[in-house]
Design a protein around this ligand. Structure first.
Ligand code: 26Q
Length: 822
């Protein structure tokens, strides 16, 4: 119901046009004649934000009045992607706005392209947080996303001479129309210094933290609109600023520039996102970032809790806090500190509340990705938290001692402090001890956590462990990004699938309908034309939509094995050069993804992809049968064009290494077939779509374990496999590097002598499987059937299902329908 309608709420074409012109004039300060595309975007964005506000304020009012149990999703990353298109979809005004904009003489797609995407995340983990808050709002669950408002998100990637070059991502350059600064709810965060004991009036001992410095945390709120519901939750991102008091004292000492300098130092805290995933360095600023946003968020929750008229002793009944990996795990010690030191609560009561409040999601099996902080660094920044962690640890190890008497090595393995060499605080251990539930993100991953990475914790508390398989939001990853498919699907089975993805199964019978298959293929073709245009614009390479689009987009990592795909490309190229072109299916290999700036091997992998592309794309013998492109700066925006245009989804990580993967799900929904290993959620995708509609290759996780245990010798495989040898030799002898035999030596040597990710062990299986892929693709009708079935059977992979599981099994929260307030 529209409670009142004016320039800022009307969703009629006329009303939207009025609002647009209004903002162009009063917000952008321009006459239409001199306004540019950027102004038009801003005007429209403000008009759309206005239309979220009624729902947003109504949601906040209802939540304040009824104090329902609320989810706080704590994440150092929220890889939101552009807001505008998603808000149009979720508000249900996409078509009307498109029409309004058209009548003004503008093109909505062109306006959408103006938005600088908020790239406040590295990859899967950050994007998962974004999908989850969409599903939370759509499920009408009261929730906050809490994170960091980085001034610079993930770096902007360009490719120069085949190498990755990083540039800063100034996403706030033109302002952010989606956020509202809430200066009135700023909080103070302490850092450094020391602790001291004191007695209160009753003679009880307490601890006071005398910090070396304090910074202010200022919240910036963005509306998270649920799909066609009133519920609009808040994404609250914190920005660090200098505290007034701090400034002032410096100023009074007459050191004005010194004060300004300190101000700058404080603001550095939220300047930039660390661009590495899956490897960690113990950097002081990173620890400060983590503590900063955690402290801001917990203080904020306690403020809200008290404002709703409740005492801290009921905190766990009103908040369920999810730790998105260990990045916010310091929250366990911080909540203890807030309850004990600031709210004078006894330890045991505080610990009960804490462990009933937190749950922890692990996202990785790689040992190098487990966060640990050098003890001295930790103590310097968070002296009080170290004391609290020591106390948590003493009590925890006592419980371990009682459960496993005499098992001293187990105590050392479980301790929150790693004392095997230089001493560290183990953040995963803190998260496990402080949480009531621990989950992995796909079935295999959750099993491997219990058997391997967190084995000792599983033996201590088997009941804490569970699985919640990841999912992605169909609003962004189908409705918004694939309007053609959305139209066909909705015309065929209605619109229920958009919030109940398993309904896609109603498409199954249509796989046997040749007219439906034709429509399906026509849509894929049109999406490929769009993707080809993007590729041409960004790489200068013309690719044919009639070739198979074989896509590998994700962060660049050795364990993800982009270089295995390169070995396949070179294999095909080598076959072509030896005169077997008649058997070659035209393929376009599309790569995208960023390498961590300090990850030399990953950067070399990008160079290798581009080097092979340069040779293959320009060799006339290839007759355009093979094209290799590297789409620079792969991000959410490009993803929205890439997934719908893909024929083949490459999910080729070494089994047991990819926790889940979520790109794999986006591809399947959009009708790409997967070639993949038994890793992460690939296994569950294959279970759903059925083995005959999935191209499986490679060793299983347990085979990988055995191969490594029995002394893997990759060079032996190279020696006996002639085709593989020819391929590796082409790289080794400088064929792709103008005779330079040095540049790719680190890759070749690594493969032949170490090959920790078993590329050579999986090579033949991969090549054979790719040959089957090519044969299948030639059968256009068979492929179309399989494509339809992949999409029709992808219903499990909606983040709505993931969120329903978290809500019921972990958070114990329920939907709270919101009534729109006048
Ligand atoms: C930690 C400390 C210091 C600096 C950086 C980091 C850091 C940052 C990001 C460590 C890890 C990440 C990101 C990890 C990530 O994206 N993992 C992916 O999570 C997805 C969602 O669950 C899974 O689908 C992927 O399998 C997993 O790789």
């Amino acid at each position: 119901p529209v409670i009142f309608e004016d320039d800022r709420t009307s969703v009629t074409t006329e009303g939207l046009k009025r609002a647009f012109y209004d903002h162009l004039f009063y917000t952008q300060g321009k006459f239409p004649e001199i306004a540019g595309l950027g102004d038009y975007y801003q005007a429209l964005a403000h008009a759309v934000r206005d239309r979220t506000l009624q729902r947003w304020i109504s949601s906040v009012a209802d939540h304040t009045a009824t104090a329902p149990k609320t989810v706080a999703y704590l994440s150092a990353e929220f890889l939101m992607g552009p807001h505008m298109g998603n808000n149009l979809i979720n508000l249900g005004i996409y078509d009307t706005v498109k029409k309004a904009v058209q009548e003004i003489g503008l093109d909505l797609n062109e306006l959408l392209r103006q938005e600088e995407e908020p790239g406040l995340g590295n990859g899967g983990l950050g994007r998962l947080a974004a999908c989850f808050i969409d599903s939370l709002a759509t499920a009408e669950i009261p929730a906050f996303g809490y994170g960091i408002r980085y001034e610079y998100g993930i770096f902007y990637q360009t490719i120069m001479d085949g190498w990755q070059v990083e540039n800063t991502d100034k996403w706030l350059r033109h302002g952010n129309p989606w956020e509202i600064q809430r200066a009135e709810w700023a909080v103070e965060v302490k850092l450094g210094g020391h602790t001291e004991q004191y007695q209160d009036d009753l003679g009880r001992l307490h601890v006071r933290w005398a910090p070396e410095k304090t910074v202010a945390g200022v919240p910036f709120d963005s509306p998270i609109v649920g799909y066609k519901v009133t519920t609009t939750n808040t994404l609250r991102l914190w920005r660090a600023e200098a505290t007034e008091a701090f400034d002032f004292s410096q100023f009074n000492r007459g050191d004005y520039l010194g004060a300004v300098d300190k101000k700058v130092t404080s603001e550095n805290l939220t300047k930039a996102l660390y661009p590495n995933d899956e490897t960690v360095q113990g950097k002081e600023l990173r620890l400060e970032q983590q503590y900063f946003f955690v402290s801001c968020s917990l203080q904020d929750m306690l403020r809200i809790h008290k404002a709703r008229g409740m005492e801290p002793d009921t905190f766990d009944q009103k908040f369920a806090i999810q730790l998105n990996d260990t990045h916010p795990a310091i929250a366990v010690a911080e909540l203890m500190r807030l309850l004990i030191d600031d709210n004078m609560m006894p330890w045991d009561q505080a610990w009960g509340i804490t462990t009933r409040t937190f749950s922890y999601t692990n996202h990785t099996l790689l040992p190098e990705a487990l966060e640990r902080w050098p003890l001295d660094l930790f103590k310097r920044i968070l002296p009080r938290h170290l004391e609290i962690i020591y106390e948590i640890n003493a009590r925890f190890l006592n419980d371990v001692r009682i459960k496993f008497l005499g098992d001293d090595s187990r105590l050392a393995r479980l301790s929150l402090i790693d004392e095997s060499g230089e001493r560290y605080v183990r953040m995963a251990h803190l998260a496990c001890v402080g949480s009531h539930t621990i989950n992995g993100v796909a079935e295999l991953h959750s099993e491997l956590l219990k058997q391997d990475v967190l084995k000792d914790f599983y033996e201590m508390w088997p009941e804490k462990f569970t699985n919640v398989t990841n999912g992605v939001t169909p609003r962004r990853w189908m409705v918004l990004s694939n309007p053609r498919l959305t139209k066909l699907v909705s015309e065929t089975i209605g619109e229920g699938w958009i919030t109940d993805l398993p309904q896609l199964s109603k498409l199954e019978p249509h796989a046997e309908d040749s007219a439906f298959r034709d429509s399906w293929r026509a849509i894929k073709r049109a999406n490929k034309v769009d993707l080809a245009a993007l590729i041409l614009r960004r790489t200068g390479v013309a690719v044919s939509p009639d070739s198979m689009f074989d896509v590998l987009v994700k962060r660049i990592h050795e364990y993800k094995r982009q270089h295995l795909a390169v070995l396949h490309i070179i294999t095909l190229y080598h076959r072509l050069k030896s005169g077997r072109s008649a058997y070659t299916l035209p393929r376009t290999f599309i790569f995208g993804g960023k390498a961590a700036p300090g990850y030399t091997m990953a950067k070399l992998m990008i160079k290798l992809i581009n080097a092979v592309g340069d040779v293959v794309n320009n060799d006339r013998d290839v007759h355009d049968l093979l094209k290799v492109v590297f789409l620079p700066n792969f991000n959410v925006t490009y993803g929205q064009c890439v997934y719908p245009g893909a024929d083949l989804s490459e999910q080729i990580s070494l089994a047991g290494k990819e926790a889940s993967g979520t790109g794999n799900m986006k591809f399947a929904m959009n009708g790409a077939l997967t070639i993949g290993t038994m890793d992460g959620a690939n296994i569950e995708i294959r279970d759903q779509v059925k083995a005959e509609n999935f191209f499986l290759f490679g060793h299983t996780a347990s085979e990988v374990h055995d191969i490594k245990a029995s002394g893997y010798r990759p060079r032996d495989i190279y020696e006996v496999n002639a085709e593989l040898r020819a391929v590796v030799d082409l790289i080794q002898t400088g064929f792709f590097s103008r005779g330079d035999t040095d540049v790719f030596k680190p890759i070749v040597d690594n493969l032949l002598d170490h090959d920790p990710y078993l590329l050579l062990a999986d090579y033949q299986s991969y090549i054979d499987c790719q040959d089957v892929v090519s044969d299948t693709y030639r059968e256009a009708d068979t492929w179309a059937r399989m494509s339809i079935l992949n999409s029709a059977r992808s219903g499990k992979f909606s983040s709505d299902r993931s969120i329903a599981e978290y809500a019921k099994n972990i958070w114990k929260v329920e939907a709270v329908p919101i009534t729109l307030k006048p």
